[in-house]
Design a protein around this ligand. Structure first.
Ligand code: ZN
Ligand code: ZN
Ligand code: ZN
Length: 372
């Protein structure tokens, strides 16, 4: 899979069209996922302004600090045929960007990259005082949520890479080791599996498993303890992995085994409910109803999932209140959990892509409790 499949040149025109349709005059995209999605350029976030300006009509251009010009030219953005406007240390790149934009016409409304730094958004307010600022995500979400076949293939590649790490976890998890020791080995394996970066490694043993976003600690893992392992990283092509499995070091407590089976069924039911036209919140409900019926409703304390792509958490969110219907290409996690404070917890997480025929899981390691 090449970057021209993942970041096609045609995307810029599609973004311009969507920008015009949304009634925006331009998108201002500083380094981050929005810029990367539109141009393929994984630019460094710096205090010096790099900004892809996408007017609703007319030519797009990219403001680039002179010393970053070679990097920008070497990036996939160079295929877009846009002008790189290099600026020097004594220039005001915000004023230059605004002046060029003003040439096209009145600037009444601009979309800022969702992750633009406040220092940049405030500078853009100064140089475009008449322009209402909204999030570029209001335009880009519609495109970013619908993964192309190439993007789905990249998510599958990411899923297979993280699965290969989960397959090594049973050898790494042992009573007597600390969470941190295990996590260090896992992080190494994530890189060895083809990821460019390690985004997170959660190793939550015993009572720490009851905290969904526990990181790692120096706690020593004990025999008979369940351990929640939630791991993910980003491939060189930008696409992310995220998968959770719960392990038990030796035989787990009986009450744990009982609710783990409830959780497994809930996760299965939510994955099976995925198909076009079904709302995001009904996927959440599919998992939640099973957990609640078994009496654990109050211990499932987070939404069922989040979208994933070039960000680990992006739209759509699989949460009560989100009536957005699923469409082919939507990619998201299905990760219900049950957390008993002070005791232990469990979570099972797969990335699922909605296809015409239903949900396709990007992860493929056993979901039954793995006793190591
Ligand atoms: Zn999370
Ligand atoms: Zn997740
Ligand atoms: Zn996760």
């Amino acid at each position: 899979m090449t970057s021209s499949d993942l970041y096609p040149v045609s995307r810029l025109a599609a973004v311009q069209e969507a920008t015009a349709k949304a009634g925006l005059d331009a998108l201002l995209l500083t380094p981050g996922p929005d810029l990367r999605y539109v141009s393929g350029y994984d630019a460094k976030p710096l205090e010096r302004l790099t900004c892809l300006v996408v007017p609703a009509s007319g030519e797009a251009y990219m403001m680039v600090p002179r010393l970053e010009l070679p990097a920008a030219q070497a990036s996939p953005a160079s295929r877009l045929g846009l002008e790189f406007v290099a600026w020097d240390e004594t220039d005001d790149p915000y004023a230059v960007a605004a002046a060029r934009l003003g040439r096209v016409g009145k600037v009444g409304k601009v979309g800022l990259a969702d992750r633009m730094w406040a220092m940049s958004s405030l500078r853009f307010r100064e140089v475009l005082p008449e322009a209402e600022q909204v999030l570029a995500g209001s335009v880009l979400r519609e495109l970013r949520m619908r993964k192309s076949p190439a993007e789905t293939a990249a998510l599958r590649e990411a899923g297979q890479a993280i699965d290969s790490v989960h397959r090594q976890v049973p050898e790494l998890l042992r009573a007597g080791r600390t969470e941190r020791e295990v996590a260090r080995d896992i992080a190494e394996a994530i890189l060895a599996s083809g990821h460019q970066t390690v985004d997170f490694v959660i190793v939550a043993s015993g009572p720490n498993g009851a905290s969904p976003h526990h990181d790692v600690s120096d706690r020593v893992i004990q025999a008979g303890e369940p351990v929640v392992v939630d791991i993910g990283g980003q491939l060189h092509n930008g696409y992310c992995s995220d998968s959770t499995r719960t392990y038990s070091v030796g035989e787990p407590p009986a009450e744990f085994a009982a609710y783990y089976e409830v959780l497994r069924q809930a996760q299965e039911a939510a994955c099976a409910a995925v198909r076009p036209g079904v709302s995001c919140e009904s996927i959440d409900a599919a998992a939640r109803e099973i957990i609640a019926e078994a009496g654990y409703g109050e211990y499932f304390i987070h939404r069922t999932g989040h979208g994933i792509g070039i960000e680990t958490h992006e739209e759509p969110y699989i949460v009560s209140g989100n009536g957005e219907p699923l469409e082919p290409g939507f990619a998201f996690s299905v990760e219900p959990g049950i957390y008993l404070p002070g005791r232990h917890g469990a979570r099972i997480e797969d990335i699922v892509v909605c296809a015409e025929s239903g949900g396709e899981r990007m992860n493929d390691t056993p979901r039954e409790l793995v006793i190591v």
